[in-house]
Design a protein around this ligand. Structure first.
Ligand code: UDP
Length: 235
């Protein structure tokens, strides 16, 4: 296996699946089944889940919501998605635990890095909800923060495109894909694959980022087997 402990960032939007809104049970099952398969092969998996399928503070602010309240609504949205993932893991017999960055027992246990690492060492999948717990951040930043805290070997960003392109491939058909790219290049080119705060944080702490298409069933397994299907961001 390419990596022993991973932080997998899943966007909330991707949970919509083909429905285009809310949470698609098929997509959930695709994700949790793939994650279970690598967990059974001994990979320790921590997941940071987004909330964009339900609420984003920024869009709320554009509609007149207070930004801090909007971001808190967004963080609660990630908790809803975390519970959906948990029920899906339960249904397929994979042990999983929801840890929240904001206290809200009994919905989830309060996150500490020690607790997360202890659970990972026991083979449980850890679902990290609530992002960083602070407004003005995103779950990308939550992912880079948690990846560092739990000493992950890599931060995997599962998206719906198969890596980092020179431009948005869904808008620009001439865009070409990078197999590898440096953190500086991502920042310099203003590539929107991850927010810049998260990219800078990974850069400063030498956390490798691997971007790949998580929506194609089988891809997670390929990444773990070392197949070069996505884009690796390195120093
Ligand atoms: N959020 C926040 N702090 C965090 C993580 C998330 O305030 O540390 C809020 C923010 O409003 C964000 C929303 O939660 O828009 C949902 O997260 P995100 O947009 O990262 O979800 P994704 O795009 O991955 O679905």
């Amino acid at each position: 296996m390419e990596y022993k402990r991973i932080l997998l960032k899943l966007s909330g939007e991707s949970l919509q699946g083909k429905q285009g809104y809310g949470i698609d049970p098929e997509r959930l099952k695709d994700y949790t089944t793939q994650i279970k398969a690598i967990a059974e092969q001994g990979v320790q998996v921590a997941i940071v889940i987004g909330g964009g399928n339900i609420f984003r503070g920024m869009s709320g602010a554009q509609q007149g919501f207070d930004r801090v309240k909007g971001d808190q609504m967004g963080m609660l949205a990630t908790v809803i998605n975390a519970l959906a993932l948990k029920t899906s893991f339960d249904a397929i017999g994979q042990r999983a635990r929801v840890l929240t960055s904001i206290r809200m027992e009994p919905i989830g246990e309060f996150y500490t890095n020690d607790k997360a690492i202890r659970l990972l060492n026991k083979g449980e999948v850890v679902i990290l909800a609530g992002g960083t717990g602070s407004p003005y951040f995103t779950t990308d930043t939550g992912s880079s923060l948690r990846a560092l805290e739990i000493k992950a070997d890599v931060m995997l960003k599962g998206t719906r495109v198969d890596g980092i392109y020179t431009a948005d491939p869904e808008k620009d058909p001439t865009a070409t894909k990078f197999d590898t790219i440096t953190y500086d290049e991502v920042i310099r080119r203003g590539l929107k694959v991850m927010d810049q705060t998260a990219t800078v944080m990974c850069k400063e702490n030498k956390m490798p980022i691997y971007v790949f298409n998580m929506d194609k069933v089988g891809n997670l397994q390929k990444v773990m087997a070392g197949e070069k299907i996505g884009t690796l961001v390195t120093p």
